[in-house]
Design a protein around this ligand. Structure first.
Ligand code: ADP
Length: 221
């Protein structure tokens, strides 16, 4: 097993999703081994990601030769070819990779990935669609949803909070919402304290259950 302080991550598939994951890891100085069956893709990313290999992730022998069993974490970023995605996950499960993050394009695809042993199933389009659905109303400027019905949103401070401190407006007791950060126009976000003042035009980062966050965000003028 790979026991270095910084984890090395195996990434299967260098499409839009996989290459974005790889880039984010490389920017954090995390080593990555990227695998793609497409020679052109491999060529394209070879300079950017240190270890980029051309191989078919559904080929168990080829994967074993690459030593995929040495990795604690892998990301299967094959979306459109569901067969290949499923076989790649099976190969990694059989090789003993502990944490497997796999991209699913439909709920059925995700259900299969979950059943065969992917530890984290990601639905990029579904997740982004939900976010846009919350942002397109103009009531939220950003939105992230968590499992278990919880969400965090960036929204304008509603009129009832203007010219008061957070303590005075008692948002948590009145709306079951926790304010995490406050932003003056032109300033950066600062963390929220009971004596943090809020003014018209400020933005808030708020956390709570999805319906509470939706309701609170709709209070703005
Ligand atoms: P995205 O929507 O993120 O671009 P795609 O599904 O279009 O995702 O791309 C997936 C990537 O995975 C492509 O670069 C493709 O060459 C690669 N890929 C597909 N099947 C395999 C496989 N069996 N082995 C390795 N790489 C694969």
């Amino acid at each position: 097993r790979n026991r270095t302080a910084r984890p090395t991550v195996l990434i299967i598939g260098l499409g839009r999703f996989g290459s974005a994951v790889a880039e984010t890891l490389v920017n954090q100085d995390v080593e990555v081994l990227c695998v793609d069956e497409d020679a052109e893709r491999v060529q394209h990313f070879a300079g950017q990601f240190t270890h980029t290999v051309q191989a078919d992730a559904t080929d168990g022998d080829a994967m074993r030769q690459l030593g995929v069993g040495q990795f604690d974490r892998a990301v299967v970023a094959i979306g459109n070819d569901i067969e290949a995605s499923v076989l790649a996950v099976i190969t990694l499960v059989e090789a003993g990779v502990e944490q497997i993050w796999a991209k699913a394009i439909t709920r059925k695809h995700g259900k299969i990935l979950d059943r065969i042993g992917a530890t984290h199933v990601i639905y990029p389009e579904l997740m982004m669609g939900q976010r846009v659905g919350h942002m397109v109303t103009g009531l939220m400027n950003d939105y992230i949803e968590f499992e278990g019905g919880y969400a965090i949103a960036r929204t304008y401070a509603p009129p009832e909070t203007w010219a008061k401190t957070l303590g005075e407006s008692a948002i948590r007791t009145r709306h079951r919402i926790t304010v995490v950060g406050v932003k003056r126009p032109g300033d950066s976000f600062t963390y929220a304290l009971p004596d943090t003042p809020v003014a018209r035009g400020d933005e808030l980062i708020v956390a709570g259950t999805i319906p509470d966050v939706e309701r609170f965000s709709s209070l703005q003028a």
